[in-house]
Design a protein. Sequence first.
Length: 196
Amino acid sequence: MHYESSTETAKKIRVALRRAFPGQPFSVRSSADSVSVSWEDGPFVPDVEDVLHAFQSYETRRSSGEDRREAVGYGWEGRRIVGAQYLRTSRRLSAARRARVAERLAEQGVSMQDATKPLLLAAEREIIQQQTHSVLEQMEAWEAAWSEYMHRLRRLEDLEAQGRYGYQLRMPRAALGRAIQRLRALDPDFCRRLHI
């Protein structure tokens, strides 16, 4: 087996977390024999622990009536590597997320202090699903507006290519204008960058 410092293990964990949860900031700290991972909001602890499990170097085994930590290593590029002995996680809730969870629990008649862990997790999962649904709706609205814009633009170009002019293009231009306004209302920065 190959031995590495907890700092080397921490570097690998950072890369794995970036791949598993793009855009989510993590704090990965190493000490003599451990790596601690902390983050705010974002993924739940079991999800991050699934990533960390791939770097678990030690197992607790019961022998002669007592527990012992035994180096078993983890697989990396065809080798067994023994790294940090302990992998710890710590997830915090931001003030905004905590307030939304408290509101959700209050709707159910439960205070934050009285809520059990499963209730807290369920309330937070509902909030995350609601946010995801809202983002998906926005994306669908934008795709519909873009599709309409492209359709109206192609129609106007086809009529111009046929030699139409003046009053014959008034209605298609008005329809294109409405499509542009709808697109600008949904994403003004994008429209500015494309000069729409």
